[in-house]
Design a protein. Structure first.
Length: 82
């Protein structure tokens, strides 16, 4: 998967499209959660594939969407790295 392309597409997609995309992976995001996550997309670094996601960023995601949904996203990320 081309993560850079995916991030760019998510940045440019409507809230409705992002909601549908997330839902297709089993994550039900509200419009307010999507809007809270959007600014965080600019902080994502390709280097995290090698170094891991910084704890401070994970905390921001947890604040934006809650612990349960953050755990779902992290699990998907770690499963994709395998």
């Amino acid at each position: 998967m081309d993560y850079v392309q995916l991030l760019n597409e998510l940045k440019m997609s409507s809230d409705y499209d992002v909601k549908a995309f997330a839902s297709s992976y089993g994550i039900d995001l509200t419009t307010s959660e999507i809007r809270a996550l959007r600014p965080l997309l600019d902080e994502v670094s390709f280097h995290w594939i090698f170094t891991g996601i910084p704890e401070v960023f994970i905390k921001k995601v947890r604040i934006a969407i809650g612990d349960r949904k953050a755990e779902q996203l992290l699990k998907m990320y770690f499963d994709a790295k395998r």
